[in-house]
Design a protein around this ligand. Structure first.
Ligand code: RP5
Length: 163
């Protein structure tokens, strides 16, 4: 496989069941990625090193997922000029998911994080592919095919329903 262009990071192993959905869709779309655990609170120095080294090692987008007091996406965004997609995870320590959403969503001006829906790792993967697809025809073609399949599935459901 070619060099990873997307970095998927998450605050804890417990986020993997959600964050693996980003990995699955990137695999489907033929986008090379790396995946690891980086905790803003438990491994802060690792987080700084990851964010600061990301561009030099060839990453073009970072997907960061965390739950509860979810500081990872915002802190990584503060340390890199790569686009960061934040995935709020409804984790075991989250009250109701809103804490995760708002921790990632309400960034101060100057430090954007593209926040997807609660547990929206699949969309984070698609969005990352769309960013890669702006300069990669193969990925852009894979996205066109992906969206066509999605449309066809809905059209089949409509036909079944109308019968
Ligand atoms: C966050 O705390 C992690 O991203 C995870 O969503 C949550 C709970 O972590 P664990 O206690 O399951 O390791 O930092």
């Amino acid at each position: 496989m070619s060099k990873p262009t997307v970095g998927i990071i998450m605050g804890s192993q417990s986020d993997l069941k959600i964050m693996s959905q980003a990995a699955e869709v990137l695999t489907e779309l033929g986008v090379a990625f790396e995946l690891t655990i980086v905790s803003a609170h438990r491994t802060p120095h690792r987080m700084v090193a990851y964010a600061e080294e990301a561009r030099a090692k060839g990453l073009k987008v970072i997907i960061a997922g965390a739950g509860g007091a979810a500081h990872l996406p915002g802190m990584v965004a503060s340390l890199t000029t790569l686009p960061v997609i934040g995935v709020p995870v409804k984790s075991g320590n989250s009250i109701d998911g809103w804490d995760s959403v708002l921790s990632i969503l309400q960034m101060p001006g100057g430090v954007p994080v593209a926040t997807v829906a609660l547990d929206g790792a699949k969309n984070a993967g698609i969005l990352a592919a769309q960013i890669i697809g702006t300069s990669n025809d193969q990925v852009s073609q894979a996205l066109i095919a992906y969206k066509a399949t999605m449309r066809e599935k809905v059209e089949e459901s409509i036909k079944r329903l109308e019968k």
